[in-house]
Write a protein that binds this ligand. Structure first.
Ligand SMILES: [Zn+2]
Length: 94
């Protein structure tokens, strides 16, 4: 199947409830796509929250020794720790 952007058309049932019909190109059910999107958003917001929490924990160290150092300065260990946290989170999710 060729790469494409799935298109889900919103239709209204006789009851008035709005539903998404499956993608016209590949038949992928719109509701599944919405579910997947919700899961992704939830996962990313959890991940972001955890990163913020861990960054907050590092904030004092930032002020103490990271703030005045350039990125890449080997003495700025706290920067590297922060970068490592972010990369780990992004790679492995929550
Ligand atoms: Zn599709």
């Amino acid at each position: 199947m060729s790469e494409h952007e799935c298109v889900f058309v919103e239709e209204e049932e006789p009851s008035g409830r709005k539903i998404l019909v499956p993608c016209l190109t590949c038949g992928y059910p719109g509701m599944d796509a919405l579910e997947q999107l919700r899961d992704d958003v939830a996962m990313w917001s959890r991940t972001a929250k955890d990163i913020v929490k861990e960054m907050r924990a590092l904030a004092e160290d930032f002020n103490a020794n990271g703030n005045s150092r350039e990125l890449g300065d080997p003495r700025a260990a706290v920067w590297h720790e922060a970068a490592r946290l972010i990369v780990t989170r992004l790679e492995h999710g929550a």
